[in-house]
Ligand binder design. Sequence first.
Ligand code: ATP
Ligand code: ATP
Ligand code: MG
Ligand code: MG
Lengths: 164, 164, 155, 155
Amino acid sequence: THLTRIVLKNFKSFGGVTRLNLERGFNVITGPNGSGKSNIIDAVQFVLGEVASRRMRASDLTELIYDGGGGQRATVAQVSISLDNSDRSIPIDKPLVTIGRSIDRRGNSKYFLNGKRTSRRVLLDLLGMAGISPGGYNIVLQGAATRLSDLTPQERMASLKELI
Amino acid sequence: THLTRIVLKNFKSFGGVTRLNLERGFNVITGPNGSGKSNIIDAVQFVLGEVASRRMRASDLTELIYDGGGGQRATVAQVSISLDNSDRSIPIDKPLVTIGRSIDRRGNSKYFLNGKRTSRRVLLDLLGMAGISPGGYNIVLQGAATRLSDLTPQERMASLKELI
Amino acid sequence: KLEHFMKAFHEICESFSSIFSKLTGGGEGRLELQRPESPFSGGVDLYIQFPGKPMRLASGASGGERSVATIAYLLAIQSFLKAPFYFLDEIDAHLDSMNVSRLAEVLRERSSEAQFIVISLKDVMLHRADKIYGVFNPGDRSRVIALPMTIEVVS
Amino acid sequence: KLEHFMKAFHEICESFSSIFSKLTGGGEGRLELQRPESPFSGGVDLYIQFPGKPMRLASGASGGERSVATIAYLLAIQSFLKAPFYFLDEIDAHLDSMNVSRLAEVLRERSSEAQFIVISLKDVMLHRADKIYGVFNPGDRSRVIALPMTIEVVS
Ligand SMILES: Nc1ncnc2c1ncn2[C@@H]1O[C@H](COP(=O)(O)OP(=O)(O)OP(=O)(O)O)[C@@H](O)[C@H]1O
Ligand SMILES: Nc1ncnc2c1ncn2[C@@H]1O[C@H](COP(=O)(O)OP(=O)(O)OP(=O)(O)O)[C@@H](O)[C@H]1O
Ligand SMILES: [Mg+2]
Ligand SMILES: [Mg+2]
C-alpha cells in the first residue's frame, strides 16, 4: 500500500483544486515559509478522520476551509486521497481505494469511500487494518521531534507502554 | 560597553585553554553539530553568575568541568571575559574590566574582578548597572525562540509584567 | 504600576511593528491587549500580516512565520531593555533563505548600536558577519578558529 | 503484558542501535531500562556515543546530537509499527549538512520498503529525492508544482 494521489479543494491555504501525484519511494516537499507545506500534512490527517482541530493548527474545524481574505471565502473544504491497494492490505477487493472527507461552514463532516458516502467509524476500522491512523507515529508534525527529544525517561516509558 | 574577549579553561568540551577575540559589531559562530558552539554561551552565563546548572544543560555544576573520557578529566573549569568599559557604564574607573569564575570538583565557585577575588553579589550588582545579567533577555538559548512562540496570550502578559 | 506598564508596553509595540515590517519586507505586526480597559485581567494577542496575505493571529500562522514574529518580539524587548551585547543561538533554524537574509540585514543594522554574537548554521547569515568563528572538535576537545571573511564557506 | 512489552522493547532497541549507527557513521546508541528487574516502575534512558567521543546520556548532548538520537528513536518505532507511508515535517531543521546527508541516505534506503513524504528546506535532502514538489503562494492561494529532478535547486 502507498499513497498515489492527494486532492485538496479549498482546504486551508489551498483555494480552488490542487492535485499531488506521489511516487512510491522518497518524495520531498519544499518551498518558502508560509507557502502551505504543513497544510498538506494537515489535509492528510483530516481525511484520515482527525477530529482535534488543534492537531491541524486550527481553533475550530471550520477554520480549515479556505479563507483568502477580501471576500474570497469558500463554503466547503474537501480532501481526498487514493491508495494503491494491490496487496489488498486494506480489506477491500479493489486495486485502488479512494477516501474522502468534506467539511462545511456549520462544522458538519461527510466521509466518502470510493465515491460513496460512509461513516468515520467504517473508515477508521478499514484503514486501521493496514496500519493507518490519523494520530499515528507515521506522521511527525513540525516541531514534534524537538518536543520528543525533551522527554524525561519516565515519559519515554509511558509513551512506549501506550504504543506496545 | 561590549565584550572584547572570552577565555575558557577546561570548560565543558573546551579542554585546555581557548581564547576568542570578539568584534564590537556582528559576530557569527558556526560549526558542525556537537562541536561546542552552545557551550560558549553556557560559558558566558557561567561567568555572569548563573547558578542553575539546568540552564547550562548540566545536571550538576561539576559537569561543567572538562571530561574528555578515557582518563582526561580536568579538576577545575575557569571562564573569564573582558569588557570594554570606555563609556564607564560599569561603575569602575577602568577602560577595560575583566571578570572571571572558576569551579572545582567539589562544586565550589570562586569569582574574580580584574584578577582579584570577589563575591558573586558584588559582580551581579556591578554588571546589573550596565544592563548585564545571567538570565536576561539578551541571551537567547537554543530552542528558546521556539518555546517563546508557543506562549498563550496570558503567558505573554505574565512575562511582560515581570519584565517591565 | 499600570501607568509605567502602559508606557513601556507602547514602546515595545512600536518597535515590534517596525522590526516586523523590516523582517518581512512590508508586513504588519501588532501586539494588542485583550482587555484594554483593564490590561492585567487579560492577555496580549499577537497579530501578523505578511505582504499579500490577510491579518491573522500568530497562533494560526506557519512554523516559519511564527518564528519571524517571535524574533521581532524578542528584538523589540531587547531594544526596550538595552543590553550592551546579545547572544542568539540558532534562532534562524526554521527560516527559509529569504527570511534569513532579511534577518541578517536587521541584525547587521542593529550591531552598530549593540554587539551581536549569533550562532548559525546558515551560509546566508555567515556572509553578513563582521567576523566568523569556526568551532570544531577533532576528537578530544573543542577548538575555535577565526575564519577569514573572504573564504567561500563550504558546507 | 510484561512479556509482550519486553519482546517489543528488545526489537525497538535493536533497530534504534542499528539506525543510530548508520546516522552517525559508526556511533553507538542504546535504550536502557532504569529498573530491568521491574521495568514499569522505572523509566527508559537513552545513551548515545558519537564517533571519537565518550558515551553520554542524550540529555547532556548538543541540540543537533539530540535531534539525531530522536530521529533514530522515531525511525526505530516506525519500523516496529510498520505503517505503509510516513510524513516527516522539517525533522532536519537543527542538523548540519553532514548529518542531513546521512539522514537522507537512510531515508532513501528505507523508502524501498515504505513510502516517505518529507518536508525539508535543505538542499542536501532535496538532491536525494525520487521526486521534488515545490509549494508556493503567489499571493492569494497555495499551489504545488512537481520540480524536475535535474534542475539546480536555487535557494
Ligand atoms: N483557512 C485558511 N485559509 C487560507 N489560508 C490559511 C488558512 N489556514 C491557514 N492558512 C495559512 O496557511 C499558511 C501556510 O501555512 P503552512 O503552515 O502550511 O506553511 P509552511 O509551508 O509549512 O511554512 P513553514 O516553512 O514556515 O513551516 C499560513 O500563512 C496560514 O496563515
Ligand atoms: N564536561 C564536558 N566535558 C566534555 N564534553 C562535554 C562536557 N559537557 C558537554 N560536553 C559535550 O559538548 C558537546 C558540544 O555541545 P554543544 O551543545 O556546545 O554543541 P553545538 O556546537 O551547539 O551543537 P549543535 O549544532 O548540535 O547545537 C556535546 O557533544 C557534549 O556531549
Ligand atoms: Mg511548516
Ligand atoms: Mg547548539
